[in-house]
Design a protein. Sequence first.
Length: 128
Amino acid sequence: MVVGVPGKASTATRIKPPYPPEFGEEAVRLVRGGEEPLSRIVDGLDVFTEETLRKWVKQTEIDAGERDGLATEELRRLRREFRVLRQEREILKKVVTFFAKEGEGWWAPSGSSTRRRRATPSRCRAAC
């Protein structure tokens, strides 16, 4: 889950991000300024961990095109698409289960058998 990425709204749908976007943007500016060590910035801003701040800097660089990776908007689109595909798969599982319980299935007319009849000598003589 991405939380509080600077300059972007969070992709989390269940939890409100603990930091507003402006806070993340300012934190990234401080890190990029290079005037203070990362640990002091983390302590001064009361951010969870140094790793949180590193992730914000990395995502900002990706979004700015300075680094390879998936931009925030692309990640959001892919997560949405993945969620839809997962829902579709669950629906298909239910459909398969429903038709498996139906016995012969929807493709075979009722009363007909999908099994082949065994050839008997009398039928072979008549057809030959």
